[in-house]
Write a new protein. Structure first.
Length: 307
């Protein structure tokens, strides 16, 4: 038996609970891991709220929270290739196993070995934020010297996008609240505080001819305010708001396979995708870790250190 933190029904934070569960048995195409570190993401509370379907693997309640983790392989299911017992790995729990737990199962095709020199803490941040950053910038495919607006730069994904964009020699403008300024500016972002100034007016002043690309992480009204700042609406890519297509833009095309995980890990080793980790919580403090992300009060990436 091992401890896990999850939810007994769909709802808000009130449905969350700690519980004990037997080690999951890895099914076909799965690996059982001892979790060292789990990443915390906005998707976690969206899944708990029941507004996102199809990622629970049909598992019964109570369900474990969390989508990404790094740890050590304890057992292999059938038809697992490229991974061995004892491997240090990181990846996605795409079949509903959750990651806020002492042990869990990861989808083997969406899991990769942690390369030597990369910590489990950093690796645990890459499945969501790291691969998303790679995907959006690959999709934009901007040349060095181009300008990109990261709308909502302060979170884990936003800072990963900004870091990678700076490494690609792009000029990066980012929007966020006051508390997100320090980390954004530290990696070379020209920051616009949406609580203190008109974002559209400030952005037009900085880039009068319009942006070569816009990466939106805020969605809603904020997306609609910045979308017209792009030279071409097709170069507006949203990560969370699929209504971007109504504006002529595109939704991010996600690649969550082993190849993209390995690529993200190499970029992290090279310092081009170094995550900004602002909080490390023990599993016993998982409620506070998720609450910080759910309330939008965090800058950078929050992780839960389990082992």
């Amino acid at each position: 038996m091992g401890q896990a933190w999850g939810f007994g029904r769909y709802g808000g934070p009130e449905v969350q609970e700690f519980f004990d569960r037997p080690d999951p048995v890895p099914g076909r195409g799965e690996v059982l891991i001892r979790v060292d570190v789990a990443g915390v993401n906005p998707l976690d509370h969206l899944l708990r709220s029941g507004v996102v379907d199809g990622l629970d693997g049909g598992r019964p309640f109570p369900r474990v929270l969390g989508m990404e983790a790094a740890g050590t392989v304890l057992a292999l299911g059938e038809d697992v290739n490229g991974l061995e017992l004892g491997d240090a790995v990181f990846g996605f729990a795409l079949t509903g196993g959750g990651t806020y737990a002492e042990t869990t199962v990861l989808s083997a095709p969406n899991t990769a070995r942690i390369p030597e020199g990369l910590s489990a803490t950093v690796a645990a941040t890459l499945p969501v934020a790291g691969t998303t950053a790679v995907d959006v910038l690959d999709q934009l495919s901007l040349p060095a010297g181009a300008t990109v607006l990261v709308n909502g730069v302060g979170g884990g994904v936003g800072l990963a996008v900004a870091r990678l964009a700076v490494g690609r020699e792009l000029r990066v403008i980012g929007t966020g609240s006051t508390g997100k300024r320090e980390h954004a500016e530290a990696i070379g972002v020209r920051f616009i505080d949406y609580t203190a100034e008109d974002v559209a007016a400030a952005a037009r002043e900085l880039v009068p001819d319009g942006f070569d690309g816009i990466v939106d992480l805020a969605g809603g009204t904020s997306l609609r305010r910045v979308a017209p700042l792009a030279q071409d609406p097709r170069d507006v890519i949203a990560v969370g708001d699929m209504s971007v297509t109504d504006l002529g833009g595109r939704f991010v095309e996600r690649r969550v396979d082993r190849e993209n995980l390995e690529r993200s890990a190499r970029l992290a080793l090279e310092g081009l995708l170094a995550p900004v980790i602002t909080a490390v919580h023990p599993l016993s403090d998982a409620p506070a870790a998720l609450a910080t992300v759910e309330n939008g009060h965090t800058s950078g990436k929050v992780v839960i250190k389990v082992a």
